[in-house]
Design a protein around this ligand. Sequence first.
Ligand code: RB5
Length: 156
Amino acid sequence: MALRIALASDHAGFEQKQQLSHWLSEQGYEVDDFGPHSEERVDYPDYAALVARGLAAGKADFGVLVCGTGIGMAIAANKVPGIRAANITTPEFAAIAREHNDANVIALSGRFVDLPTNKLIIKAFLETSFGGGRHADRVAKITASESKSAFFADRK
Ligand code: RB5
């Protein structure tokens, strides 16, 4: 079965998001485009949340986000429990984000990284498996810290 990719951007990532959506479909992935659907100015946290919540709910296998730098998208997506979003600018880091960190969302720069490079980054990301072993123990600590944070956030 085809991997399901949840995709979104803000206005700064819109042009590349459109191209990437088309390209991912051509590559055989099932693409769910969470928008925006025009070049209007939008706030990246709104679109990061759509993808992150969809992914956390099991509606996709991986998320791809594009804003000006990828930084804001990654920060926002990482607020959703279960999301491990990595802001990536090289194919090498994309592979390591999967192998070591089991990243499930990739946040890309539409302003500072060109489309061919972002395609190589996504390809490396989607084609690299999590390494497990010692990496799994470390990722489990990140997951455990999500519930600890929730515990302390509840206490005034
Ligand atoms: C929008 O101007 C810009 O701030 C946004 O795309 C992104 O780079 C934020 O991290």
